[in-house]
Ligand binder design. Structure first.
Ligand code: AMP
Ligand code: ZN
Length: 491
């Protein structure tokens, strides 16, 4: 059976086929790095990881880009409030984000561009939009004229006539627009002003790019003019994704993304998360309370992405039990070691049915509840068969193991659970990250001999160090850790 996904733009369940056979180009709106991401953000990120893994399970090669929004109103406000350069706010937040990412066992996307390193590309996009007559300038800022963009607002199902600036677009109000519905592409700013923590030169004078433009520029840079899938949380439908479409299609004249997928929000104990309610938990908040990352991951993935997910502490306990049940079952069938996969045995038949039901459910717009119920059905029935022949193992248990392994390639909870029981190599990780920090400092002071010596020291303990453009990547034991490199002068 083939994969069908609900597309928010056409409001239909559609058969998924990438433009290039076998290869999926996917863009995911990443975190705004002004503060540590909360579990709501991680609901979206965990579901995007599930989608990515399921595409790979189906045999596709995936090229996923997830940006880091390291310049926008919120990051600038945080830096200005503390009177520090932008990177002093964003670098440590990125580090925390990548730490939480690893804790939950999320797969590394192929690219993680930082907005501050793509400003030149954003300026070029504004220039092309201007050449096409879609922009206007006012007091050093450049705006996108939505009235000149046919079909504007289709994604969010809104009628242009009734549009007003809301939510995160509201910040644009302080600038001078011809029409209140237009959005800013370039915000003019003064290098001398109090909040001048992020100012770049441009043909329109000093300033900074608008938030919506950042994602369009980074997506097209890495993935080309038309993506297969663009994802984000529902709050991104308007204005963010609506404006991304207008800008990107304004430049290329082509469809920006074939599919638009959105995750509904996470509630905590039935309520919207908010700082004032004190229910904006982070991953370390939960871990400190003694909850296992594998249970957190399971809970975040256990509801369909198009319905709100209610996070409760009872639910977290139940998730931990579900993970343990799967873990014990996998160990039991592993120990039984029933030889070849044989569909004619009793276990083989049960496993074949469960495997097919799992895939059919996931093919149906990632119906996780059905998929999980297929897997738990297998656990129940196979456990009965194992009990019946105890202490001898029935033949064909290998087939059950293959289904559980396939399930975990997609859900990734047992992999995280394995790490918890092996005790982890936390000490080695702490040592390695400290040594890498030291090595960065040696490199910054051009003491390359010392930097090389530290690298050799790391390698002697089995730590692999890779220097990427934006990060230093460490592979320690089974873990991958990315540490942001110090920001060079932006612009
Ligand atoms: P932000 O850091 O605010 O740019 O958000 C990062 C991602 O988290 C976006 O895809 C948001 O749509 C998503 N998001 C924000 N709040 C929630 C929530 N309560 N539940 C689920 N996803 C959310
Ligand atoms: Zn975005």
């Amino acid at each position: 059976m083939s994969l069908r996904l609900y597309d928010s733009l056409t409001r239909r369940l559609r058969l998924f086929e990438p433009l290039e056979p076998g290869r999926v180009r996917m863009y995911t709106c990443g975190p705004t790095v002004y503060d540590r991401a909360h579990i709501g953000n991680f609901r979206a990120f965990a579901w995007e990881d599930l989608l990515r893994r399921y595409l790979r399970f189906k045999g596709y090669e995936v090229c996923q880009v997830m940006n880091l929004t390291d310049v926008d109103d919120r990051t600038i406000a945080a830096a200005s409030a503390r009177g520090v350069p932008l990177a002093e706010v964003t670098d440590p937040v990125i580090e925390m984000f990548l730490e939480d990412w690893d804790t939950l066992g999320l797969e590394e996307p192929e690219h993680r561009p930082r907005a501050t390193r793509f400003v030149a590309g954003m300026i070029r996009m504004i220039e092309s939009l201007s050449e096409r007559g879609l922009t206007y300038e006012s007091e050093g800022s450049v705006y996108f004229a939505i009235g000149r963009s046919p079909g504007y607002g289709r994604l969010a199902g809104i009628d242009c006539g009734s549009l007003t600036a809301t939510g995160r677009a509201a910040g644009d109000e302080e600038y001078d627009k011809d029409d209140p519905r237009d959005f800013v592409l370039w915000k003019g700013g003064d290098r001398g002003a109090d909040d001048a923590v992020a100012v770049w030169d441009s043909p329109w004078g000093p300033g900074r790019p608008g938030w919506h433009l950042e994602c369009s520029a980074m997506a097209m840079h890495h993935l080309g003019e038309t993506l297969d899938i663009h994802t984000g949380g529902v709050d991104n439908l308007f204005p963010h994704h609506t404006n991304e479409i207008a800008q990107s299609e304004g430049v290329t004249g082509k469809t920006f993304s074939q599919f638009w997928l959105h995750a509904e929000h996470l509630l905590v104990e039935g309520r919207k998360m908010s700082k004032s309610l004190g229910n904006c938990f982070t991953i370390p908040d939960l871990v400190e309370r003694g909850h296992a990352p594998s249970a957190i991951r399971y809970l975040l993935l256990s509801g369909h992405h198009r319905t709100q997910l209610n996070f409760t502490f009872d639910g977290l306990e139940a998730a931990a039990k579900a993970v343990t049940r799967l873990h014990e079952f996998r160990n039991r069938v592993r120990e039984a070691g029933g030889g070849e996969i044989d569909a004619s045995t009793d276990i083989g038949k049960v496993a074949a049915r469960a495997g097919a039901a799992f895939e059919a459910a996931m093919d149906d717009d990632l119906n996780v509840s059905e998929a999980l119920s297929a897997v738990f059905g297998l656990v129940r029935e196979a456990n009965h068969l194992l009990d019946a022949t105890h202490p001898r193992a029935p033949s064909g248990t290998e087939a059950a193991l293959a289904v559980i392994d396939g399930f975990d390639r997609v859900f990734g909870v047992l992999a995280v659970r394995d790490r918890e029981s092996s005790g982890g190599d936390d000490e080695l990780v702490a040592w390695a990250t400290a040594r890498v920090g030291e090595r960065e400092r040696a490199r910054a002071s051009r003491d390359f001999a010392r930097a090389d010596a530290i690298r050799a020291e790391l390698e002697a303990r089995g730590v692999i160090v890779e220097d990427l453009a934006e990060f230093t990547r460490l592979r320690v034991g089974g873990r991958t850790i990315q540490m942001p490199r110090p920001l060079r002068t932006a612009g």
